[in-house]
Design a binder for this molecule. Structure first.
Ligand SMILES: Nc1nc2c(ncn2[C@@H]2O[C@H](COP(=O)(O)OP(=O)(O)OP(=O)(O)O)[C@@H](O)[C@H]2O)c(=O)[nH]1
Length: 467
């Protein structure tokens, strides 16, 4: 026969996994069961007599006091959730079931530790939010503050930085806010060195005043000038870390633990994916508009700019000029010195042409060895001719790369709006024909600029000094 009635022995409630608590009208603990030590880190004896609200995380205090007032007014709470600060400084999420005992003038409550469940929920929410942010943000600059906000929901992150490595292993900071919440272009050198370390070794680094003395000597000095609470995790990618994600705080604002480290590592995986996706997108956008070899605007972008210039000039009744440039005998460079030398020549040419014009002008590469320059503020052909002469002069200096030294010359044609045409096609045709006329003339005069040195050493045509 089974037991028909049972009187719990003393200490029976201490067997429960959840903590049973009683709080008086002044909000002080008067009773706690043994489970409170596992949940809050304090023994029942340590907590009896202390004000419950002092243990509540600061940002949850107002809400908690309001809920306590409701309970005392007779409205029992069943699933009230808030966050407490444990004795060891960690945060613990609690779900409360509370009611008011009129007879005892006490709030009687059961506290359940729901940290693990909340953590899972927060991670899922963060994952979703980061992926949303990655789609919503148009570039890295707008993505970074969104990520800061998302991380701040997961763990206190008054200071936050995103560090990215470039191809030359240099670190840049698209986002950096110090531990006092102040934006700065980059962290202080010490913190910067820690970021570089995390990115390089692709391992997390958790710093607190307690762990500081345990650091390797080379990092200890850097760590001294970083925030007292500093947590950096790598941004993982297939070929190693692409950078680091950092949260930092002062003793009043943040305290990071191994759990925070794991949380931030999870987030950093999502952030790295988002950054890589955005970078790829930016790269594709760039390649659609710029020439990969010379990094000049390509034909597509040039036409967009030319259309804008035409619309502006028509609206304002102003003029502008176009230069059409074609390298003379470029094929010879490829044939004699190889395609790589040809590439280098095109690259250097692009730089020289750009140096001859103003910031607001557009230098574009529209074909193999064909360039155009849109001189928006040059209405007179005489002035355009002066720019063309300047470019021709800039080409006089031999081009040097490695042990190669090449002379190169360009033929240039000019077209002015509205004198030589009212649309893009007419203007380009005119400039191209003018260029071709000049090329023919130069050829007739016999001044072939790119010729092997052996053919005419005095002219210093193609000089392969390493041969
Ligand atoms: N290295 C290199 N060569 C290129 C590139 N694009 C086109 N070319 C080459 O550029 C050369 C262009 O030659 P053309 O414009 O036909 O003739 P050219 O030798 O410059 O002669 P003229 O213009 O008549 O003086 C060809 O040999 C192309 O193969 C490139 O990106 N890199």
């Amino acid at each position: 026969m089974g037991i028909t009635s049972f009187t719990p022995p003393a200490g029976f409630i201490d067997l429960l996994n959840d903590a049973v608590c009683a709080v008086d009208v002044d909000g002080r603990f008067v009773y706690l069961s043994a489970a409170c030590e596992r949940i809050f880190g304090y023994t029942p004896e340590e907590l009896v007599g202390t004000a419950m609200i002092e243990l509540v995380a600061p940002e949850h205090r107002a809400r908690t006091l309001a809920a306590a007032a409701d309970v005392m007014a007779g409205a029992a709470q069943h699933n009230f959730e808030n966050c407490y600060m444990r004795k060891d400084g960690r945060r613990v999420d609690i779900m409360w079931s509370v009611r008011w005992s009129e007879t005892d003038q006490l709030r009687v409550a059961v506290a359940r530790d729901v940290t693990a469940r909340k953590r899972g929920e927060s991670m899922r929410a963060a994952m979703y939010a980061i992926s949303e942010a990655a789609h919503a943000a148009k570039d890295l600059v707008s993505l970074c503050p969104l990520i800061h906000r998302i991380v701040n929901e997961l763990l206190p992150a008054p200071g936050f930085a995103i560090a990215l490595r470039d191809e030359l292993d240099q670190l840049s900071f698209p986002y950096n806010v110090d531990e006092h919440g102040r934006p700065a272009a980059a962290p202080l050198p010490g913190a910067g060195a820690l970021c570089a370390h995390v990115a390089q070794v692709a391992r997390p680094l958790l710093l607190t005043p307690e762990t500081l003395p345990l650091l390797p000597a080379e990092l200890r000095e850097a760590a001294r000038s970083a925030a007292p609470y500093w947590l950096g995790v790598p941004l993982p990618a297939s070929g190693g870390a692409i950078g680091a994600l950092v949260v930092s705080g002062s003793p009043e604002s943040a305290y990071f633990t191994d759990e925070d480290k794991e949380l931030l590592q999870f987030v950093s995986g999502q952030v790295a994916t988002a950054i890589e996706r955005l970078r790829l997108h930016e790269q594709l956008h760039y390649l659609a508009q710029y020439d990969a070899l010379t990094r000049l605007p390509n034909r597509q972008l040039f036409h967009d700019r030319l259309d804008s210039a035409l619309a502006r000039a028509a609206r304002n009744g102003t003029g502008f000029s176009l230069l059409y440039l074609d390298l003379d005998k470029f094929k010879l460079v490829n044939d004699v010195h190889g395609h790589a030398a040809g590439d280098l020549l095109l690259h250097q040419m692009a730089q020289r042409i750009t140096q001859c014009v103003r910031e607001e002008d557009t230098v574009a590469r529209i074909g193999g060895d064909e360039f155009v320059v849109l001189l928006e503020s040059v209405a007179q052909t005489d002035d355009a001719a002066r720019v063309a002469a300047k470019i021709a002069l800039a080409m006089d200096e031999p081009f040097r790369f490695g042990n190669l030294c090449l002379d190169a010359r360009v033929s240039i044609g000019i077209a002015a709006y509205p004198r030589h045409g009212g649309n893009a096609q007419q203007l380009l045709k005119h400039a191209d024909e003018a260029m071709y006329g000049n090329k023919k003339r130069a050829r007739a005069e016999g001044s072939d600029p790119i010729v092997p040195l052996e053919a005419d050493p005095a002219v210093v045509g193609v000089n392969d000094t390493g041969a």
